[in-house]
Design a protein around this ligand. Sequence first.
Ligand code: G4F
Length: 336
Amino acid sequence: MTNVALITGINGQDGTYLSEFLLKKGYTVHGIRRGNPQQDIKSKNDIHLHYSDLTDYAELVKIIQETQPDEIYNLAAQSNVKISFERPEYTTLTNALTPLKILEIIRTLGLEKKTRFFQASTGELFGNSQEIPQKESTPFYPKSPYAVSKLYAYWICVNYREAYDIFACNGILFNHESPIRPENFVTRKITKSAARIKKGLQDRLYLGNLNAKRDWGFAGDYVEAMWLMLQQDKPDDYIIATGKAHSVRELVEFAFREVDIEIKWEGEGLNEVGKDTSNGRILVEIDPAFYRPVEANALVGDSSKARELLGWEPRVTFEELVRMMTRNDINLLFDN
Ligand code: G4F
């Protein structure tokens, strides 16, 4: 008998890496994605795709009833922090209520003893926390509608674990990136722009807060941690992070270095620019449109608990991650 996994958000970055990981482990993988309901269940690369909208409770019941999963990974979300300030209600409905619905379905279908549940929780829960690095015991202080919606999701997961004995885990994931990260996240925006500027396809890169610091790891490493959490004897919550913070400014410098451009910074605040040291050309400028109404503090996670209990540790460093992403973006340009 093979294990059956059901992944929401199968077509996103994490869904892509996780489904590859589980297929290699011999799982039967089902995934939910938005699309044409007429297509019902389709099979693509050995993944059974279910076209559904997660706001549709009845369809979710049907999919879980039919697939009888051993493990459910809830990766679907409106995951962009900036967009959450513009679409707070949609963000809340998607991020907070989807895990509630899944947990409630597990309970009402009597799958408490069969189905294990993973919730993609986030380092953004610690938005304004004063403790650095943040641990599982650090008090939460969310600073965006996104983070507030994920706070509900975190606690409903804990609540169903305690109330109904469901094997439910929160992976408190700090930023995790890859070559398939969409461009509305800063890592991919920067690596793609560095490649395009190098090739003469773009003049400038416009960014928001250069001083923001994040703990950036590789998504491929993080999906392994998700799986490990569901293989333990007891359900629990774990921080998954590299433990190292870097600024957006450093990210820019690293990515441009990969395309043999050295950046030097001049000016201050909104007038700060990044210039190519070899010819003085301005390549990076600030655009206040990319600032957020409030910014989280330096986010950096202490994943000692995951290292100790799951035997997990990140393999790819920040430098390797930026190199991997920038080189991929260069290759994509040369392929086209
Ligand atoms: O890449 P970001 O948009 O990711 P953010 O907001 O840290 O959130 C990501 O990580 C979280 C986990 O810690 C996840 F929960 C969440 O779903 C998502 O995956 O922004 C990173 C930083 C921010 O401080 C932002 O203000 O980069 C700063 N930044 C500066 N200029 C920019 C830009 N971010 C974006 N997206 N675009 C800019 O031009």
